[in-house]
Design a protein around this ligand. Structure first.
Ligand code: GLY
Ligand code: MN
Ligand code: MN
Length: 436
């Protein structure tokens, strides 16, 4: 299917690279996929994670030692390393839509790649230091990298199509996870069901799944999966993604046992989340949207009588940050937290975070072609609640309600939203709707 879209994608990347090379004063670019790294005093490798700058050009995520070599005016060259190896399964011979737009050269050893590199002129070399070949040491020129990082935010139609496939895989996983939660499964069982339904192994995921039952929902990046199910599973906060052709999905849902107060909280966050997602339109300053999220979430806390303060006062006094202590979201694409999030322009200057909001991961104005997450949440985190209790606003809090809600951990609802020149395209809600 994506042959034409992929060709157009390569044409866009090539045009961007032409401008980037002009800016940095180089004649060619070489992009390393990266190398497999060994653990200390061990003969076991770490899982290979490809350089995102490489997988932008070819959907190859399990291919260490490969390179892209591009010179303006030429077809991009892919040096494809297919070693003779009977210990590990080597990459299959190149095939698929992506071979049509690249000049693919197969070599048997990593060192043989250099024979296909330009013989003269100045090369920008993108990659980690340990990807170096003799005479070809990564130099990652900042003017070129800044330009690419900034423009990577503008997804090509091919990239959007790949991200939609990732959404479908993740949604299948989320449905399976919810079913297992309702059946009283452990975190480990829920995670296993997610992997099976989404068609992933742990290593294929764009980030480690966050699968928190009950109080575990209060740990923002809860990293374990317990093998014993609790006696009663009150809530599940599952932040779990998927990857397709190197592009990520990043989705969170919160399920519960029907509790009236926690149910109302989830419904309130969901309502505000959708209102925020509807504002993913060109010209929207993401910093303002983050502040608006504080006010909206504070409104939910006030409406449910959990905190008896006006939303603006909760924001001004830092009370809203006790319950919503992370950023509203981030750019998404080749990386789950994609690059370029703070860039004021393609020249490398940055836009600061609003004071008092150190965890905001995106400060740019939204423009058509960007994909961002919208992930507000309300949590009951002991460490932060202790600060609230010891502070000047403790009297405004219904601590009995908090004590009840602590057992539910927290709520986060996260969708991936495509900013367009028209209405925002909520990739996640569309994928959920299509799955029904
Ligand atoms: N899954 C990590 C995040 O939502 O940013
Ligand atoms: Mn996210
Ligand atoms: Mn997430």
């Amino acid at each position: 299917m994506p042959t034409t879209a992929y060709r157009d994608h390569i044409a866009t990347l090539s045009a961007r690279m032409d401008r980037a090379l002009e800016r940095s004063g180089h004649d060619h670019v070489l992009i390393a996929a990266g190398v497999e790294k060994m653990r200390f005093v061990d003969d076991m490798p770490y899982p290979f994670k490809v350089n995102p700058q490489f997988k932008a050009w070819a959907p190859l995520t399990h291919h260490p030692d490969c390179w892209i070599a591009y010179t303006p005016g030429s077809v991009p060259l892919l040096v494809y390393v297919q070693p003779d190896d009977y210990w590990h399964l080597p990459p299959a011979p190149p095939s698929g839509y992506w071979t049509q737009a690249l000049d693919v050269r197969v070599v048997r050893q990593a060192a043989d790649a250099a024979a296909h590199f330009p013989k003269s002129g100045r090369s920008a070399i993108l990659g980690e230091a340990d990807a170096a070949l003799p005479g070809f040491v990564p130099n990652n020129p900042p003017p070129l990298v800044d330009y690419l990082h900034y423009h990577r935010s503008f997804k090509t139609p091919y990239e959007i199509a790949m991200m939609k496939v990732a959404q479908r895989h993740a949604v299948a996983g989320h449905h399976a996870a919810e079913t297992r939660f309702r059946g009283g499964a452990s975190e480990r069982e829920i995670h296993a069901a997610y992997l099976a339904a989404s068609g992933h192994t742990d290593l294929d995921l764009p980030y480690g799944n966050i699968v928190g039952l009950n109080e575990h929902g209060a740990t923002l990046h809860y990293q374990y999966q317990q093998d014993k199910a609790p006696a009663h599973s009150r809530s599940l906060l599952i932040d779990a993604g998927a990857e397709h052709a190197g592009y990520a999905a990043d989705i969170t849902r919160t399920h519960h046992d029907g509790d009236a107060l926690f149910g109302a909280l989830v419904a309130g966050v969901d309502r505000e989340q959708q209102a925020l997602a509807a504002k993913v339109i060109p010209g929207q300053d993401y910093r303002d949207l983050h502040i608006e999220a504080h006010l909206r979430l504070a409104g939910v806390l006030q409406e449910l009588g959990i905190v008896k303060m006006a939303p603006q006062t909760m924001l001004d006094t830092g009370v809203s940050s006790i319950f919503f202590p992370h950023g509203l979201g981030h750019p998404l694409g080749l990386q789950v937290h994609d690059v370029g999030a703070f860039m004021a322009s393609d020249a490398g200057d940055t836009i600061p975070k609003p004071e008092g909001h150190p965890y905001l991961r995106l400060t740019r104005k939204l423009e058509a072609g960007m994909v961002v997450t919208i992930e507000p949440g309300i949590y009951f985190i002991d460490m932060l609640l202790a600060r609230l209790k010891a502070g000047a606003h403790a009297g405004a809090v219904d601590w009995t309600a908090i004590e009840h809600l602590r057992g539910y951990g927290g709520v986060r609802i996260e969708d991936d939203v495509h900013c367009t020149t028209g209405a925002p395209e909520n990739l996640t809600r569309e994928a959920f709707a299509a799955a029904h």
